[in-house]
Ligand binder design. Structure first.
Ligand code: IMP
Ligand code: MG
Length: 179
């Protein structure tokens, strides 16, 4: 059992499950980018742990960059997004956006809208987690690690109001507190 602020969480996915899925994703991406040097663009803060393990398993040449935007407060998406910070010059690059989780897809849509204006050569999207029941966009997500039900999770980079990012396993909100 885990308590973060006012909420209780229970174990959901262990390290082995996460690492298996990440290794599989790294190989799939490498198969698709054999002759290219993609730029992995991690979305901070949530994607730092996923991107780190993804990169340890990626066999080819690649660049790594991070960008930040804030779109989330509490346990449901606010739908608000800010600008893409510090992404550097992506013109002409093959970009792979690396997200921790795609929920409604609002954040992702914003990133993609910005990327299109940056003149990237191509872009694809990789997300460790995807909540198909919550997704409201039509944008395809090219690389999905694990599909999960519409429940709030923490750990492995994901937080609940700032806490829980350091956990090496995934916890989910306890059922009796998840409406
Ligand atoms: P979206 O814009 O609704 O797709 O939400 C995307 C962002 O919300 C993610 O990058 C996370 O930061 C956050 N988020 C969505 N679902 C969860 C969750 O279950 N736990 C923690 N953060 C979440
Ligand atoms: Mg995030």
């Amino acid at each position: 059992m885990l308590k973060l602020h006012d909420l209780e969480f229970e174990p959901y996915l262990d390290q082995h499950t996460l690492q298996d899925s990440i290794k599989h994703l790294a190989n799939r991406i490498h198969d698709d980018y054999q002759s290219q040097t993609p730029v992995f663009l991690g979305i901070l803060n949530g994607a730092f742990m996923f991107l780190s393990d993804l990169m340890k398993n990626y066999k080819g040449n690649c660049e790594i960059n991070f960008t930040k935007l804030a779109s989330y407060a509490g346990v449901s998406s606010t739908g608000e997004v800010s600008t893409l910070l510090g992404a550097g010059n992506l013109k002409g690059k093959h970009v792979i956006v690396v997200e921790d989780i795609v929920d409604t897809g609002n954040t992702l849509q914003h990133i993609v809208d910005v990327l299109k204006k940056e003149g990237v050569a191509s872009f694809k999207i990789a997300s460790l987690f995807f909540k198909p029941e919550a997704y409201k966009k039509s944008l395809p997500i090219d690389y999905i690690g694990i599909e999960i039900p519409n429940k709030f999770i923490v750990g492995f980079g994901l937080d609940y109001n700032g806490l829980g990012r350091n956990l090496s396993e995934i916890y989910q909100l306890k059922s009796n507190t998840n409406d």
